[in-house]
Design a protein around this ligand. Structure first.
Ligand code: F0G
Length: 461
């Protein structure tokens, strides 16, 4: 018998209680939060799929490692243990720890981005995009066209469009492009992987033009597992060897360790260029801390050193990606479309397809997010017009994103198969009354990053 879902390769030694509060209490909590799930109390949430970032469960080995944390200001043993793991897995000459991924991006951008510079990638994550813009640079997303078609089952939908990348470099010139990037897996595009073949081509194009190549490695281990499963020639290669090959193509990387290093806080910035490393160290001292702790406690460095290896474990990755695929399949079985194929860290529900009676300006993905909380106490995150619609200053018209999505991001080693069933069953239940679900309007919205603090009110039918 083939199981639809690999059994969890761990047993549970410590538990954290969660509870589904009664429907009236959920309704009151929604109202108080202005129908914004970011404004809710975590204790009022039953299954929290807001993000997979820093929300995973650490192992007994990681908790044990915390006790070994060396809190020396400089040259701590914890730093040297992390350094050994980072060198072994990623193979770059230099690295600094940072308190999380966006801190690594900030330091890289501070050292390299000048006003008017352009930074290409497949798709930048929001914080990378914002860190480039904060230095008056311009991020550019050059992912393959298939990434924009939610039904297209392309196995490497995170790939960069090589023709677009070449044309981009030819148009703007090397002088305007201080470095190029790629995000593995592509979070902004549905957690979709990049193939090794594409990474090689991207590296060649950057290097032929003399442009340093940095990888956003937040979910690199999940990407490596997809390569092993889907790309010819990798079936018998270990995940660590796939990772070594991946990073040997690049000149550096930024990483949020809150994802594939399975820690609650931490980040990395790695590179090979010595003079850039000196600039980075100076910037780090100013913003994060001394280069051997980079804004973290010694114990955090130790937990990361252990978590980096656990994130590469094949039984863990089979379960991890199997869990995501299982949730997507169960949701699809209920007749609800999600971005195909299932991504690594989450399921992206096509809210526009479930609530076709709601136009973009009535925020269908927000309406579905609210309804999923109402139904099952489950929190996802809207990735649609609340997050991305903007008023075009030239035309004075609203510009809406192509898709209205609800992301259900799965924390690592945290929820079980029955929690996933609960999520799928709640969505199936919502589908039966979808035509009665109302849209929303803002009662408060800041100009920038409005999804975090906006307040809403339901519209009348
Ligand atoms: N890069 C990617 C691809 C990410 O997904 C994230 C964070 C970051 C960088 C920034 O890292 O949060 O440690 O500063 N993504 C989280 C999410 C927040 O929910 O997808 P950070």
């Amino acid at each position: 018998m083939t199981r639809p879902y690999p059994p969890e390769p761990f047993r549970i030694k410590v538990t954290e209680s969660i509870r589904l509060i009664p429907p009236e209490a959920r309704e009151a909590a929604l109202k108080e939060a202005g129908y914004n799930l970011f404004s809710m109390k975590a204790e009022d949430i039953f299954i929290d799929l807001l993000t997979d970032s820093g929300t995973g469960a650490m192992s007994q080995e990681q908790w044990a490692a915390l006790m070994r944390g060396d809190e020396s200001y400089a040259g701590a043993r914890s730093y040297h243990r992390l350094k050994a793991a980072v060198e072994d897995i990623f193979g770059f000459k230099y690295f600094v720890p940072t308190h999380q991924g966006r801190a690594a991006e900030n330091i890289l951008a501070a050292c390299l981005v000048k006003p008017g510079d352009l930074i290409p990638s497949n798709m930048h994550f929001d914080t990378t995009d914002a860190n480039i813009r904060a230095r008056k640079g311009r991020p550019a997303n050059l992912v393959i066209d298939e990434a924009h078609d939610p039904a297209n089952p392309h196995p490497f939908k995170g790939n960069m469009d090589i023709a677009k990348l070449k044309a981009f470099i030819a148009k703007y010139g090397r002088e305007k492009i201080p470095f190029g990037m790629i995000t593995v897996t592509n979070n902004a595009g549905g957690g979709q992987p990049v193939s090794m073949e594409n990474l090689k081509q991207v590296a060649d194009v950057y290097h032929e033009a003399g442009i340093p190549f940095f990888i956003d490695a937040a979910r690199y281990a999940e990407n490596c597992y997809f390569i092993k499963e889907r790309e010819l020639g990798y079936k018998h290669v270990s995940i660590k060897d796939i990772a070594r090959e991946m990073f040997s193509l690049a000149d550096g990387m930024t990483m949020s360790a809150k994802k594939d290093a399975i820690v609650n806080i931490g980040g990395l910035l790695c590179l090979n260029d010595e003079s850039l490393f000196q600039d980075i160290r100076n910037e780090l001292i100013l913003r994060e801390g001394f280069p051997t702790y980079g804004g973290l406690a010694g114990r955090d460095l130790d937990a990361m050193a252990v978590g980096l290896y656990e994130g590469l474990d094949e039984a863990y990755l089979a379960y991890r990606l199997g869990q995501t695929a299982y949730l997507a399949a169960r949701i699809n079985d209920a007749g609800i479309p999600t971005i195909q194929p299932a991504g690594g860290h989450g399921v992206y529900v096509n809210a526009g397809a479930i609530l076709p009676h709601l136009p973009n300006y009535e925020f269908p993905a927000q309406a579905l997010a609210v309804e999923l909380y109402r139904e099952g106490g489950i929190r996802g995150v809207e990735i649609g017009s609340v997050m991305f619609a903007y008023l075009d200053p030239e035309t004075n018209a609203w510009n809406y994103p192509k898709l209205e999505l609800l992301r259900l991001a799965i924390p690592r080693r945290t929820y079980t198969q029955s929690h996933m069933d609960c999520v799928a069953d709640s969505l199936a239940e919502i589908k039966t009354r979808a035509d009665k679900i109302r849209g929303y309007k803002f009662t408060y919205a800041p100009e920038l990053l409005r999804h975090f603090t906006a307040r809403f009110e339901p519209l009348n039918m």
